[in-house]
Design a protein around this ligand. Sequence first.
Ligand code: PXG
Length: 459
Amino acid sequence: MAYRNFSLEQLQAIDAAHHLHPFTDHKDLRQAGTRMIARAEGAFVYDVDGNEILDGMAGLWCVNVGYGRKELADAAYQQLQELPYYNSFFRCSTPTPTLLSRRLAAIAPEGMSQIFYGSSGSEANDTALRLVRHYWALEGKPEKNLIVSRRMAYHGSTIAGTSLGGMPAMHGQLHGAVPGIIHVMPPYAFEHALAGESDHDFGIRAARAVEAAILEAGADKVAAFIGEPIQGAGGVKIPPASYWPEIQRICEKYDVLLMLDEVITGYGRTGEWFAAQSMGIRPDTMTTAKGLTSGYQPLSALFVGDRVAATLVDKGGEFYHGYTYSGHPVACAVALANLDIIEGEGLIERVREETGPYLRKALSEAVSGHALVGEVRGYGMLAAVEIVKDRQTRERFANPGSAGTVVRDHAVAGGLMVRATGDTMIMSPPLIWTREIVDMAVERFSRALDAAEKDLRRD
Ligand code: PXG
């Protein structure tokens, strides 16, 4: 490997000189030095000095089948040799996106049998936004074009993705959002439930914020509601069971399309192929990426439901939209091999019946009584821990996000990669984790909490 000729210090110096990173304060990074991950195997990543870190985030919520899968490397290599690239424009296709589409249609929620490809979740959401607005225009209702989303949603980082998302800091740098996107409260009981309000009632109330937005704008002006089944980057916010059925009822009542963003939840993470199936959601469009190739290649798939697809096909003429890499043959070949692994190794059943419930239980038993912990929640291979100063009152530490960073830094130093979103610690491990690896992660996380508590109480 080329990097072996370089020391860590040399790599860091080169990185600081030339590499602009995503979501990074560069002055801060250049002082601290970049962490260089050089290789990975199974559930672990290794930095250039050989230090082993248990990857509690599956890369960035994506390496569902774990690292070092030769089948995926072979699929890419074979496809690269046979046909490294051809486009899907101008009445062409190549065999792998064609066959992947059939495969995806077979595992999709009912009535979602049409697939549009991109290279990222952001691109897929951009496509979805264009498509739903185009749908209503084709239906003779171009004024039905507003989108209702939620605060703290993450739908990507392009201008459309950022506009659809509800991250205040990102909107602050947008300098002109895509018009017509309304944001309402997220179903985040830990912060928004009223004293004494049941989970069920809070879920209904949070869903009715969507209804209120539709009524205020006028149903004839609202094209769609967009949401992640579980808000991921926003802090693994798991809605009460009452939320999605109520959203579904509202969308149907006002004839508002339901755009589901399954970029994180797709491909087994919730214990079904898609969270739509785990939670009984019937979307009109469904955005997926990440776990589709387990991150081994960049690829997104937007699933389009029969209703929207029929209008697009029958009345649409040409849809002036597409990416050079839509249906990239190498990425699609890797996706096919990846789906074979997920299915062949029974990873979805394992998450649903064994490791998902075990992760939640083990984490909860180990840390829910800890002085820094306000709540532990989990769903499939997703988990979150709320860091608070006072367990009883749920008061946070001063400087939002600083306590989360302290816990995160201790966890990473102790050999566990986790993320902090503000003061919410989040975990999204590969689906290949066993109970033993869950135990290892929970132990390392507990130790990080103890170390963080010393730091935080001292300050
Ligand atoms: N939708 C959801 C739900 C996502 O989580 C995207 C869309 C955009 O996908 P691309 O492939 O364009 O990145 C995502 C991506 C984080 C973090 O800090 C999360 C994502 C991306 C970058 C950082 O947790 N999710």
